[in-house]
Design a protein around this ligand. Structure first.
Ligand SMILES: [Zn+2]
Length: 658
């Protein structure tokens, strides 16, 4: 039967793609398989199965999650901080085992959310969070949307339970926060919190849009019997199409474990997911049974934790900043402290509710933390130190202009209601002049402060009316710098349309949305007249953004601002839609592997370039590879390419091809 055959082929190719990182067919060929299955299922609804790839996002929003009791508890692991504690753990274990030397399985401790998956007859039946270890929440609908998790295993095993860690890649986390920052939404604290939140979202259709991923680390139950070794269990689940961490390894002694820990510490910053340590487990199941468990932890496993990137310091002041949309953000001023290689003197308190919840007061000693690339945040107040006396109260008036600062229903933030608020004006000017916007160099904080204080400039259109005389009289501003600034402003008049759109700071319009709007509308006038429905048809524009764009152009004050900008001589350049890939591109339709170091180009850049030229980038070399780009210090991939007789180009040749 064609449907069954398609399902099998889809299961096999998704394993090659997600688990083995070695696809045999192109993405479009894979999509074609899914589409064919979808077509069959449309005309024969009785053939729709729970494991159909077309059923990934089938769930409806839920009010809450059903609870589910784990068959065997997901125990937490004993922690070891530092080498000595690891040595102590190993010595204790060896005593229990009467000096027998076990083999150890070692793996990176991925910082995410633990889940347990149940497969019946090879089909994903249930996904449950760790919960309290004994009872978790049934999050099947959300977990089904994670692309790297198979809905059907390669074989129809009768019953299987596997455990893994759902995580959000660092790059995905940063991208998500970057976009949220651009549109003034609150940021996720760290990848772990974000991943945990996404898995527990009420609407699977929203979870489906989050790029979650998962590594599986334990075969917990198998009706056909568990292998006697943990690593054999891992091999089995990988063969079945479940992703395991390629950095997993085996160690025969404590010294080997310590070497692995050191190796991983060096790799840590280059991984695209966060790890907070190394998990060490006994490999032999018989030895595990012999070692047993304490009341809390198994004796046969330990989590060696890296020191957290945290520090304690004192809050000297809590200030409230006003952003360009008028949003009030409380910020803790700190006594400077060293943290993860930098000196930190400020940490965000996010919003009113957060300060309230953590009850941070001036004078408190607080624990601060740096997660990912974002600014440090206050984790909690250290209760053992003397506490500050007065609770912090969020002002109900703007700290800059003293206008009312309102908090609307459903919002976590207060906003200054004064459109002429000097703080908002300053932030708008800085955003307009920023690198992603009109890129007016020299128009920094100090200068903007002076320009607004002296009332030379109120809004962005006023910038283009600045004159040499008044400018050069400002503090720290000679004739030369004044001339430079005017030249910069002159140059900015012909920046591409997307930069102007971004610079104007339309709510929810980040650089991607601005780019697409500029590609789709030849001029500001055309965009100003576009209906919300026409805007929503663009990929990067959702209903929220479309409404915000409409609202922006409907406001008479904004229309007037644009009229004045045009009058001042602004002629934003139209942006061409992306050109279709040329037929004669050397990469068109080719599968390309990039390996080694390319001078003057990161590997990510090189891959993007290949894709822009119509090539498909693969992670490893196989018979299907057409071309290998080998930079300096290319290793095993280059050897394999030579072995298979695949065409190899070096860095110079690559540059001439692109
Ligand atoms: Zn204000």
């Amino acid at each position: 039967m064609r449907a069954a055959e398609l399902r099998e082929r889809i299961a096999r190719h998704r394993k090659l793609y997600y688990v083995d990182n070695d696809p045999e067919i192109s993405d479009s060929e894979y999509d074609a398989l899914e589409r064919e299955l979808l077509a069959i299922e449309r005309s024969h609804p009785e053939l729709i199965a729970a494991d159909s790839p077309t059923m990934r996002v089938g769930g409806e929003p839920a009010d809450g999650f059903a609870t589910f009791a784990h068959s065997t508890p997901l125990l937490s692991l004993d922690n070891a901080y530092g080498e000595q504690e690891l040595r102590d753990w190993e010595a204790r274990l060896r005593r229990t085992l009467e000096d027998e030397q076990p083999t150890y399985a070692v793996e990176p401790k991925v910082d995410g959310l633990s889940i347990s998956l149940h497969y019946r007859d090879g089909v994903l039946e249930r996904a449950v969070t760790r919960g309290d270890g004994r009872v978790g929440e049934d999050v099947t609908g959300n977990v089904r949307t994670i692309r790297s998790i198979p809905l059907r295993l390669i074989e129809s095993v009768r019953y299987l339970e596997v455990r893994g860690e759902v995580f959000l890649a660092r790059s995905a986390f940063e991208e998500l926060n970057r976009r949220r920052a651009e549109t003034n939404e609150s940021l996720y604290a760290n990848p772990r919190n974000a991943a945990a939140g996404f898995v527990r979202l009420k609407d699977p259709r929203v979870t489906a849009k989050r790029p979650l991923d998962c590594f599986f680390y334990e075969l917990a139950a198998d009706e056909d019997g568990l292998p006697e070794r943990h690593v054999a269990g891992l091999d089995r689940i990988r063969d079945l199409g479940l992703k395991t961490n390629p950095l997993n390894d085996k160690c025969e002694s404590l010294d080997e474990i310590l070497a692995y820990v050191e190796h991983l510490r060096e790799l840590r910053d280059s991984l695209d997911y966060e790890i907070d340590g190394v998990v060490v487990k006994v490999d032999e199941l018989a030895v595990r049974r012999e070692a047993g468990a304490t009341s809390k932890f198994p004796r046969w496993a330990v989590a060696l934790k890296y020191p957290a990137q945290q520090a304690t310091t004192r809050v000297s002041e809590i200030r409230v900043q006003v952003g360009r949309t008028g949003k009030l953000t409380p910020v803790a001023e700190l006594e400077p402290v060293a943290l993860a290689g930098t000196t930190v003197s400020r940490a965000t308190l996010h919003n009113e509710d957060e300060v309230e919840r953590k009850d941070v007061r001036v004078g408190d000693t607080v624990l601060i933390e740096k997660a990912g690339e974002i600014i440090p945040q206050v984790v909690k107040v250290v209760e053992t130190k003397p506490r500050g006396k007065r609770r912090f109260e969020m002002p109900t008036r703007c700290p800059v202009c003293d206008s009312a600062a309102d908090r609307e229903e459903g919002e976590v933030a207060r906003y200054c209601t004064n459109v002429a608020c000097p703080a908002q004006q300053r932030e708008k000017l800085l955003h307009f002049a920023s690198r992603g916007g009109m890129d007016v160099q020299g128009l920094g904080e100090a200068l903007v402060e002076q320009l607004t204080a002296k009332e030379l400039v109120r809004d962005v259109a006023d910038l283009y009316g600045l004159e040499l005389d008044s400018l050069s009289e400002l503090e720290r501003m000679g004739v030369k710098s004044a001339e430079n600034l005017l030249a910069q402003l002159e140059e900015s008049k012909t920046r591409p349309l997307n930069r102007l759109l971004f610079g104007l700071g339309v709510r929810h319009v980040g650089d991607r949305a601005a780019q697409q709007l500029a590609q789709s509308f030849a001029s500001l006038d055309a965009l100003a007249e576009a209906e919300a429905e026409a805007l929503e048809e663009l990929d990067e524009i959702g209903p929220k953004t479309a409404a915000a764009v409409r609202l922006f152009f409907d406001q008479p004050a904004n229309r007037e601002l644009i009229r004045r900008l045009v009058e001042a001589g602004l002629r934003p350049q139209p942006v061409e839609p992306p050109a279709p890939v040329a037929e004669d591109s050397p990469f068109a339709g080719k599968t390309v592997v990039v390996t080694g170091t390319l001078p003057g180009r990161s590997r990510a850049e090189a891959k993007k370039l290949v894709e822009a030229l119509g090539g498909r980038v693969a992670g490893s070399v196989s018979k299907k590879t057409d071309l290998v780009v080998a930079g300096e210090a290319a290793g095993s991939k280059l050897d394999k390419a030579r072995e298979l007789g695949i065409r190899v180009v070096d860095a110079d040749e690559f540059e001439s091809l692109v």
